[in-house]
Ligand binder design. Sequence first.
Ligand SMILES: NC(=O)c1ccc[n+]([C@@H]2O[C@H](COP(=O)([O-])OP(=O)(O)OC[C@H]3O[C@@H](n4cnc5c(N)ncnc54)[C@H](O)[C@@H]3O)[C@@H](O)[C@H]2O)c1
Ligand SMILES: [Zn+2]
Length: 375
Amino acid sequence: MSFGAIDVLVDGSAYPVELAPGFHGLGRALAAVLRPGRVFLVSNDVVAPLHAAAAGAELARGGFDVLRVDIPDGESEKTLATWTALVSRLLDLNPDRNTPVVALGGGVTGDLVGFAASSVLRGLPFVQVPTTLLAMVDASVGGKVGVNSAHGKNLVGAFWQPRLVYAPFSALGTLPDAEVRCGLGEVVKHALLSGEDALRELEGDQAALCRRDPAALARAVRASVTCKSAVVAADPRESGVRATLNLGHTLGHAVEQVAGYGRVRHGEAVSIGLVAITRFAERRGWASPGLARRVADLCAGLGLPVQAPGDLDHDELCRAVGFDKKRDRATITLVVPSAPGRVALRPLPIGEVPDLVDSLFDSPSGPTPPTPSEA
Ligand SMILES: NC(=O)c1ccc[n+]([C@@H]2O[C@H](COP(=O)([O-])OP(=O)(O)OC[C@H]3O[C@@H](n4cnc5c(N)ncnc54)[C@H](O)[C@@H]3O)[C@@H](O)[C@H]2O)c1
Ligand SMILES: [Zn+2]
């Protein structure tokens, strides 16, 4: 049984993103794209005890000979040191060019394992089995893999497209609520990028998503993957339109950084950033009136924060925005929404960054919005 598949077209070839109720069918899906043989199933020490046995059994059912490899969990382990240890472990297991590497876990695991897969023997077939909502709707699609360095997040990596993405919805059953909310931040972003129909569908699904209704989750993941895969197909190496996927992220990253990583989670920061950039756009007359209210209501309805914590320092936020990978420039480039499905890249003079940062604190009228959860 499947909730459907979406094909991602990149550089003339395609890979499927299969949305499935659970792990049943993983082996069949892999056998449809790669010849059965040995397969490395790599997971982390949180996800492996929960889901590796089910994933491994299904891969075996598809005719694969499964070799399990465990890596440490957590963003703090998304490093060159962990990558080196993983690459050594995979080489110890004597792969050949056709031995697939399956990443079972959230975005951290997918990024790290994918980067190892891209490097061992100059590239092994890579498979993503995302187990967080964020990884299903965002990280597992698009082929960006990599690790963090002392210089910053995601600064070492590659573009290495998976041969298959298999999203088992049953895995979300063990995911903490806060992690589900983080995924929903990116879901809102994709809906706003997609257009009126997607936004309205998500608005209609708010309550169902809050209670993790499987059909609503499947609709949200499908809509998100459809959006992201179309953007990736148009610009696989981020030389143009793919930058629109940064909608909400310039301000979001600043909030994440100034609050101290972990205090405001990424998806929560994206929600705050989306609402803020839409308010800013509306204030400047670039966005249709009412759009900011609509985005704020949607985020709040999904349990996401819509305002930066009041104790964040304005100057520090300005510095964080100005330094958002665009230092030494007179302007920063913003992804600005004007209507559902319509965004533009707009330069903003550095001198206007304080005004932009103000939008993080604008108080939306209406019910008191939730504040970010403390991690
Ligand atoms: N490559 C891309 O295009 C891309 C896009 C967005 C984000 N990312 C990266 O993704 C990472 C964030 O991913 P994330 O939000 O999935 O975080 P994560 O991978 O750290 O997962 C969050 C936590 O939940 C645990 N977990 C995962 N699945 C679980 C399950 N089913 N049940 C219980 N616990 C589970 C994880 O082990 C971890 O402890 C960041 O490093 C970010 O840079 C990459
Ligand atoms: Zn993001």
